[in-house]
Design a protein around this ligand. Structure first.
Ligand code: FAD
Ligand code: NAD
Length: 379
């Protein structure tokens, strides 16, 4: 027998889920939010956007103190990195924000359950963990997000071979670090540790880094990052990892050349995959595609009419603001309104220095699609 029943139950309290729950409650729907972690906010607030941006900010200031301040007539004697204060500062930024989200959710009257939600069928969810119980809902919104992709020949050990979560809280600046993947995470966290003093090499499989941006943007971008001290090897295929004289060495191939990179830390940042473990998708009959993304229609509805899905667990760019927009839209649809997302205008930004950003159709795509455009360039 189910203990409680709701209009909407949201599984996962990341930017998709918590925004959806708040909007649904605002619109008068009796709403519950299930989160398996102790804090709300998901990947973005706890181990993603927010801590990485806090580190980017701090490391930018340290870099400026070391390399730019003197030109402004600012004398700073030997700036040093105090890693424990740096980490505490990041933790404070995160904890203030997740506390803020909890307050917002409570204020709107959303019922929060701490535990892992599993679909029993299209309207019933079993919660295991702290708030163990079974609840029912007229509509269920899946917002369980994503997790780092693991390369089979570079399994994470959390010490030498790490993913983004580990790379947010190293206890010292690694002397040498290799980043596998020149996308948003690789370039942002690579920049952070490089600015803090690490010798960082980014190894990218494709012929250029940040390949979702226009070619003329990435050409300049790569040059600027290299000038800042980042080493970048594009068109390079990682083949494995080995130990030699107690040192860890990443092996790779660039055309006919065999390359080796000694590394204290190897950050693997080759993308993220949908997270649906233990969710009971099969039991509930929810369809996924070949990349394990939950399939939805333009109303965010899966093939099971009472089950909806938003954010990283579905298709489209894995971005917090995309998840949030979908959260708002699905809540509005469930409240009988006409919620929608304009996928043509989702901004994409990498928050290095310089930041690179794009929105809508870029020059490369326009040329490929034979769309007539005017191109303007200015320094
Ligand atoms: P998530 O934020 O992943 O939240 C899903 C939540 O569901 C998690 O809290 C999880 O614990 C919970 N959950 C999963 N399964 C269950 C279950 N069965 N029961 C209960 N709870 C469950 N995006 C940007 O737009 N800008 C950035 O600057 C940016 N920086 C990033 C930096 C890093 C290092 C990383 C890793 C990501 C970054 N992203 C950024 C991407 C962004 O974090 C994601 O796109 C966003 O968090 C997706 O939101 P979501 O709600 O779909 O999922
Ligand atoms: P990504 O898809 O942005 O970049 C991964 C990179 O790794 C690509 O350039 C890819 O060509 C490369 N790659 C893949 N396999 C490889 C291999 N075997 N060897 C070498 N290179 C390889 O993924 P990410 O950087 O891991 O980020 C994950 C997600 O998080 C993305 O969807 C991203 O949008 C999001 N994110 C966004 C921001 C932001 O908006 N500023 C910041 C961080 C993360």
């Amino acid at each position: 027998m189910a203990e409680e029943t709701f209009d909407v139950v949201v599984i996962g309290a990341g930017p998709g889920g918590y925004v959806c729950a708040i909007r649904a409650a605002q619109l008068g729907l009796k709403t519950a939010l299930i989160e398996k972690e102790k804090t709300l906010g998901g990947t973005c607030l706890n181990v993603g956007c927010i801590p990485s941006k806090a580190l980017l900010h701090s490391s930018e200031m340290i870099h400026f103190a070391r390399n730019g301040a003197a030109a402004h007539g600012l004398k700073i004697e030997k700036p040093e990195v105090d890693i424990s204060t740096l980490r505490k500062k990041t933790e404070t930024v995160v904890s203030n924000l997740v506390r803020g989200v909890s307050m917002l959710v409570d204020k709107r009257g959303v019922k929060v359950f701490e535990g892992t939600g599993r679909l029993v069928n299209g309207t019933t969810i079993e919660i295991s963990g702290k708030d163990k119980k079974t609840i029912t809902a007229k509509s269920i919104v899946i917002a369980t997000g994503s997790a780092p992709v693991e390369l089979p020949f570079l399994p994470y050990d959390g010490k030498t071979i790490v993913h983004s979560t580990h790379a947010l809280s190293f206890d010292k600046v690694p002397e040498k670090m290799v980043v596998v993947g020149g996308g948003a995470i690789g370039l942002e966290l690579g920049s952070v540790w490089s600015r803090l003093g690490s010798d960082v090499t980014v190894v990218e499989f494709l012929p250029r880094i940040a390949a979702t941006f226009d070619t003329d943007v990435t050409r300049v971008y790569e040059r600027v990052l290299k000038r800042q001290g980042l080493k970048i090897e594009t068109g390079t295929k990682v083949t494995g990892v080995k130990k030699a004289k107690g040192k860890t060495i990443l092996t790779a191939e660039k055309g006919d050349k065999k390359l080796e990179f000694e590394a204290e830390k190897i950050l693997v940042a080759v993308g993220r995959r949908t997270f649906t473990e233990g969710l009971g998708l099969e039991e509930a009959g929810v369809e996924i595609d070949e990349k394990k993304r939950i399939q939805t229609n333009e109303r965010f509805q899966t093939n099971v009419p009472s089950i909806y899905a938003i954010g990283d667990v579905t298709s489209g760019p894995m971005l917090a603001h995309k998840a949030e927009e979908e959260g708002v839209a699905v809540a509005e649809i469930l409240a009988g309104q006409a919620g929608q997302v304009n996928y043509g205008v989702i901004p994409n930004v990498i928050y290095t220095d310089p930041e690179v950003a794009s929105v809508g159709v870029g020059e490369d795509e326009a040329k490929k699609e034979k769309i007539e455009i005017n191109v303007g360039k200015f320094p």
